[in-house]
Design a protein. Sequence first.
Length: 437
Amino acid sequence: MSSAPSESTPLPKNVLIVGAGGREHTLVKTVLASPARPRVIAAPGNAGIAAEVPTFPVAADDIPGLVALARREQIDFVIVGPEVPLSLGLVDALAAAGIPAYGPKADGARLEASKVFTKKILLKYGIPTAASGIFTEIEPALAYLRSRGAPIVIKADGLAAGKGVVVAQSLAEAEAAATDMLSGNKFGAAGSQILVEDCLVGEETSILVVTSGRDYVILPTSQDHKRIGDGDTGPNTGGMGTYSPADVVTPELLVRIDREIVKPSVDAIADEGIDFRGTLFIGIMLTPQGPSVLEYNTRFGDPETQVVLPRLDTDVLALLWAAARGTLGEVKPLVKIKPDHAICVVIAARGYPDAYPKGDAITFPPALPDNVQIIHAGTAKNAAGQVVTAGGRVLGVTALAHTLRAAADSAYAVCEQIECATKVYRRDIGAKQLNRR
Ligand code: AMP
Ligand code: GLY
């Protein structure tokens, strides 16, 4: 028997998953594994998703197209992966069409789409976060930068695909970044307002929270690797690899994070009148003074999802459905976490996060060990039916094992066997935790 929330809210039978990345491939696999055995479709999907479920060529930002698809396919539950459709009001439009969805409406998605909006909420509710200034004009921004000194962090207000943050090591770099953003050269309107934030030092952790307003469930902890290069060098990316659990978040620290950050955040959002049903992803810096919020995202993390969902010993469809229906309280006691360690090593196309080639053929190993999965991110099929690269982050090799070491060994063995002329990947995913031991 599945862990259905109650007789009165049967689980959905026809599920649409929106998005095209590794996060969505993991969501597809996870929902397919539900004891409720739903029919699953995806839009637009990628080559890996298309190998598992029917996909439809409707872009993730085509709101009317997605609503029409959901209607046509008699979808009774939509799970929205990326932030862009959320901020464009996909969940609002689906609600207007009477179709339940997992993910916040546009008002909730603003918590990710505007860093200034979020900063104001963090300050209003006394939630720990770095000191900062908000600017729309270049001169006051430069004066503030000079008064704080380097290192310092410059953030474009709006969505910039994970690239709108510059951690400047020198004043010159900071001044250039602020000037670039405010003059509209970089990120266009997204950079017309900026946040200048003190640089926090510490380890980062990603806390993913499934919430239906006041009720919430904290998912397994994880740590991302944001920089492109080994040893956390080079520019920031969308994330080059993850592992879970993140042992740096001890049980005691998680209690503190819940008390000082998660609960106050969930309550603040509700107090602001936002009916938030979806994932609140809190990026946290563990500073010597305590945990501090770097950002909110309003969706599952990528590649956090690839390590967090496989560690849940729970019907994830039932969990997300309950959050969307406002019955999370009923499902919360059923959420169990496996003791295993999970890792995801991202294989990217050489050049990412800047320009990179597309269309390079990928050859996969003929068989995989039981504990390894190859998750597709930026992949497509070419005219010859061959799987080729189609994005900056191409694949995520995930593994589950009793120890992080064993998981890493399994994943890296498969990374070596994948053939692709432009493949690059970090060799040190999980190394911080492994070296700590
Ligand atoms: P965000 O999109 O705000 O999470 O920023 C992207 C990345 O930039 C974070 O994951 C951090 O690695 C880094 N970052 C953001 N804000 C700060 C800060 N105040 N101090 C140091 N690093 C930061
Ligand atoms: N991996 C970080 C993110 O999804 O934003």
